[in-house]
Write a protein that binds this ligand. Structure first.
Ligand code: PGA
Length: 252
């Protein structure tokens, strides 16, 4: 179970880097630079082919960027959360906007993946967020509510504190354009309100909610300190080892 007081910083490497030598260098920089912090959780999500070579250690834990919802069987190309768990992976990103867009992952698929991940003892990192068009049409809250309610369908209260929710407005991902801290705070509060409605207030208060989208070492601190978010999900900047370390070391 995730301790609410811990800050969580997640590196989502996406489909990078292109060789294990580079991945290994990145890991070395991270290991060297990270100061040991009891009150923080650092989760690295490399391409899954690297995972067997990158062992979790005292500096960080491992997450997988995608899983299939069945445990095993004839599903060419897929990796199950059961297999990932057996490899020392403790987290799985689910519902990232790139998977929703390029792989047509629906809210229903997100929900079955959530259940599979929880059943196998991993923590889902559930990504939700609106497109620019939805934001401009004033639909951001509706999108957040729908994505969250569907993702949490039939998930028992006893599992909820294993879930990390990442609010990632799609227009902020990789764009260099970021929401104001007030906008992030509104989203964080809305997410807690919905979880409170689905379960109860104490549960909602304890769930870890992160912000993601064009995070860098200049904006990282404000995105946590001024928004009530519990941490960050970092994409492109996490591929720069020293920059990633700089961000982590801003906290704690
Ligand atoms: P970014 O990506 O930090 O490059 O904007 C964030 C994400 O997609 O999780």
């Amino acid at each position: 179970m995730i301790d609410k007081k811990q800050k969580i910083i997640i590196a989502n490497w996406k489909m990078n880097p292109i060789s294990f030598i580079e991945a290994d260098n990145l890991i070395s920089t991270i290991k060297k630079g990270l100061k040991k912090k009891e009150d923080m959780r650092i989760i690295i999500c490399p391409p899954s082919i690297f995972i067997s070579k990158i062992k979790k250690n005292k500096s960080f834990e491992l997450g997988i960027q995608n899983i299939f919802w069945e445990d095993k069987g004839a599903y060419t190309g897929e990796i199950s959360s059961k297999i990932a768990k057996n490899f020392g992976v403790d987290y799985a990103i689910i519902g990232h906007s790139e998977r929703r867009k390029y792989f047509k992952e629906t809210d229903e698929i997100v929900n079955v993946k959530m259940k599979s991940v929880l059943k196998n003892g991993l923590s889902p990192i559930l990504c939700i967020g609106e497109t620019l068009k939805e934001k401009n049409q004033d639909l951001a809250s509706d999108v957040i509510i729908t994505q969250l309610e569907k993702a949490f369908t039939d998930i028992n209260k006893s599992k909820v504190l294993n879930i990390i929710v990442a609010y990632e407005p799609i227009w902020a991902i990789g764009s260099g354009i970021v929401p104001s801290t007030d906008e992030i705070m509104s989203a964080v509060l809305l997410i807690r309100k919905i979880i409170s409605k689905l379960y109860d207030r104490p549960t909602a208060e304890k769930v870890s909610i992160l912000y993601g989208g064009s995070v860098n070492s200049q904006n990282a601190l404000d995105f946590v300190d001024k928004t009530r978010a519990d941490g960050l999900l970092i994409g492109s900047v996490s591929l720069n080892g020293s920059e990633f370390v700089r961000i982590v070391n801003l906290f704690g």
